[in-house]
Design a protein around this ligand. Structure first.
Ligand code: HEC
Length: 153
């Protein structure tokens, strides 16, 4: 019996463990996963599928795969595409997370890229994220505008 358990143990270690690691490749970004669970999952859900009609799914999004910069931009400055300042209607918007560092943004983005967008490697690092964030000037401006509006209320 003991021999069998040992044997079984070895099988678990040699086959199942690497397989589990491979399948949960997002585990390579434990900080990204933890931050995603804490900050993002209550809207986009743990499995990234969102809530239909309210919070968009992040799973298998070809648009995000093609424009990888949109993920760091969304995290830092939020998404205000449907926001109308001065208008009387605005749909649900995503607030940004300006307190997360470039490194943290990079880890969350890599977690999303590997777990939801099926990329084999995390395409982000701190330097790439800093570079990508330069692309979202308009979001940065909207963010500033909204913040100053809120503060002046
Ligand atoms: C309060 C709910 C909420 C939280 C929390 C939230 N999001 Fe979102 N997110 C949204 C909504 C709503 C949209 C769509 C906004 C729109 O299109 O106007 C969105 C859009 C996005 C997009 C698509 C951006 C694009 O360019 O189309 C990404 C990527 C994203 N969120 C990632 C995240 C990440 C990562 C976190 C955590 C750091 C997060 N979200 C936290 C509600 C949320």
């Amino acid at each position: 019996m003991k021999v069998m358990i040992n044997h079984l143990g070895r099988i678990v270690l040699s086959i199942i463990l690497p397989l589990a690691l491979l399948m949960s490749c997002g585990e390579r970004y434990p900080q990204g996963k933890a931050l995603y669970e804490a900050q993002c999952a209550w809207c986009h859900m743990s499995d990234g599928t969102g809530l239909e009609g309210i919070y968009p799914s992040l799973v298998d999004r070809e648009d995000l795969r093609k424009q990888l910069w949109r993920i760091p931009c969304a995290i830092r400055y939020g998404v205000y595409d449907s926001f109308r300042i001065g208008g009387d209607t605005f749909s649900v918007v995503m607030m940004g997370f300006p307190d997360l560092t470039d490194a943290e943004v990079s880890n969350i983005s890599n977690y999303i890229a590997m777990s939801f967008l099926q990329l084999q490697e995390g395409p982000y690092n701190e330097r790439i994220v800093a570079d990508m964030l330069k692309r979202c000037r308009s979001r940065e401006d909207t963010f500033r505008l909204l913040k100053s509006k809120l503060q002046s209320q």
